[in-house]
Design a protein. Structure first.
Length: 168
């Protein structure tokens, strides 16, 4: 585990992502507005997400959130921890299994840990594999899988600050 918390405005470097390092996010409640906005953004107007009457008599009993919506919120929650701030190079891939429905009013958070790491000096960092669970307010895993991210090494050239990037 790192010797200290992430620096303000700066996340963990590749070297600080040790196997077993736990990462847990704050929680966020999924709202009706989330479903409506995600339907509009994605074009997925499946009645399981948009039609309360249709879903009333279904096996779920009510509308459920899009799996991709839940995943998207989870990536935002993970980023908001600060561990990737200015050190993430790329989100390389993911494999997630959808285990349980998420309803309007459910509160989710991400519980993850570093399961693998591979240095890639030529790329200026390394690949970190996270074992990820998205859990609801009851502690039930609603999605489960792996994310792969590329993270900058401490010795790599830092990205320009927003002030430097704007300079002519």
């Amino acid at each position: 585990m790192p010797d200290s918390l992430p620096r303000i405005g700066h996340g963990l470097f590749f070297e600080e992502f040790t196997e077993g390092l736990p990462i847990e996010t704050r929680a966020r409640t999924i709202t009706e507005a989330d479903l409506v906005n995600f339907s509009g953004l994605s074009g997925d107007f499946n009645p399981m997400h948009t039609d309360a009457e249709y879903m009333k008599d279904s096996q779920f009993g009510a509308r459920i959130a899009h799996g991709a919506l839940v995943f998207s919120v989870a990536t935002g929650l993970a980023y908001s921890t600060g561990v990737l701030e200015r050190t993430v190079i790329a989100f390389l891939g993911f494999e997630m299994k959808l285990r349980a429905p998420v309803y309007i009013g459910d509160t989710i958070k991400v519980v993850a840990s570093v399961s693998k790491r591979r240095a890639m000096p030529a790329a200026g960092g390394g690949i970190v594999t996270l074992e990820v669970k998205i859990v609801n307010q009851k502690g039930e895993a609603v999605q489960k899988g792996e994310w792969q991210i590329m993270v900058r090494s401490r010795d790599a050239v830092p990205p320009p600050s927003s002030d430097e990037a704007a300079a002519p």
